[in-house]
Design a protein around this ligand. Sequence first.
Ligand code: AGP
Length: 604
Amino acid sequence: MCGIVGYIGKKNTKEILLSGLKELEYRGYDSAGIAVLSGDDFSSFKAVGKLINLEEKTKNFTTDSFAIGIGHTRWATHGKPTELNAHPHIGESSYVVHNGIIENYAQIKKELENDGIKFLSQTDTEVIIHLFEKKLKTTTNAFEAFKKTIEDLEGAYAILLVTKNEPKTIFFAKNGSPMLIGINEENEKYFASSDSPLIGQCNKVNYFDDGDYGYVTEDTINVYNSAHKLKKLNLLELSTNKLLAQKDGFRFFMEKEIYEQSSVISDTLMGRLSDDEILFDELDKSFFDDINEIKLCACGTSYHSALTASYMFERYSKIRCSVEVASEFRYRKPLMDKDTLFIVISQSGETADTLETLKMAKEAGLKTLVVCNVDNSSMVRLADACILTRAGIEKGVASTKAFATQVVVFWMLNLYIAKQKKTLSSQEISKQISLLREVPSSVKVKDTTHEKIKRLSKRYLYGHGFFFIGRDVFYPLALEGALKLKEISYLHAEGYPSGEMKHGPIALADPELFTIALLPKNMLYEKAKSNIEELSARDSTICAISATEFDKADDHIMISSYDNYMLEFFEMMVVLQLLSLEISVRLGNDVDMPRNLAKSVTVE
Ligand code: AGP
């Protein structure tokens, strides 16, 4: 998740921008930059890596009079983390910083290149500054040019733009990515992606709405809505708790990350869906030629998304698929054939076991792909190709949005392959693309569901353990639900195929054994139902998660009714995440930093 700051005032603009970016470090980034306009002086600095590198580059730069400035921390989505790809992006006389994804950037870029514009970076953002300067040539003033630029953009954005043509003005636009403006008694103006950089600097803030755009000078703030009507500011008191601000008011980063899955999955999908096909800029069209088998390899939660993907590869892409636990695979002296595509899945891109298996596959001459959340990580640098999940930084040790975005990427990837190999009809592909577009709403947390889970969780604090059971893709989801609970509540839980309970585990059934049963309407409902009835008949305490009431369950968490099992999958995923969260809260555990765990296991 990128971070944006802006400032108009008489203080040391560089220091204000850098300290604002420091407050946004929690959002995760791999490069940063600032641009400062003071009178006729236009300075810009960019650096890869941590902010200390940018501080080093700017140590001899200062401003001691009125100036305007913009700053940015970048989390790579299009293009590697390099200085050229870092923001601000520069035109002939302007700078821009942007958070979000410009969905139609490729088409705009092509038109601008046809006009002879030379692009320096691989980013989508750079099209904004060149489009603005193209419009500047045919409009009466900078604001008109900015307004026309915004009208041409599709996708999610929070934009700050400065130009020598209006050296005392910051132009802004917000749609889909967060941004706010803060003011204080010293007549200073502060912009930021979230309120933590403004705490201590401002006492009132205005959170921009989608479609808002406008311009700010030392004395005026002009905000227009999407209907181009001037609108009044909605000034609110600013909170004073920085950590709470970084958690956006949630109790834990994990809770925040569960709630932001909807917007994050929209980012994952952004620019990759047309009505009848999936677009992966990062893959050559021939990437899957000569591939007859796929082997997936990962650890922990990423292993569960790999298991989920394996059902899709055989169901949609009709490619034989196997899944390996990395720590087992690396010591097994496995057979590896050159027509096998080796895919590693990793949120961090640094997990030692998974990284080693990637090296083994490359040494064996296999084609490799990584599905990862951190650009420029070891696995991204090593694999032949990479698909980024765009989940933004995941601070909770217990993975949530990373898992969700991995599954979304694999669903898209299978439709991409199915189109190429014609293993699904065009109609089926279009239908599934429409379903993909519904995923963000299927993971939106319903207050009633969260409240129900908060109340229900008190019943599941003590017992001799949990079974999470499911069939088909709901089996890896059951594994994931069990892992979430173990990780943050320290209660024992097992994920199990529903159909396997009768082969031994049912001997454990009694009222102290809690079974969380995934009961999708659209996937083997009757089979799963009868497995649960077997447990209920032996007095196991059952919590059913389904779209329909189930009289044999002691508890029931209702989900919405869908016509497709994958939308049930995503809504049940959120229920399982919240259930583990609320049980952990009741047990008084550190949800974000559970005992014995690390966010990235870079050792064996
Ligand atoms: C998931 O909640 C855990 N934090 C852990 O299992 C994690 O998924 C595993 O260590 C793999 O990490 P990676 O995705 O960064 O490779």
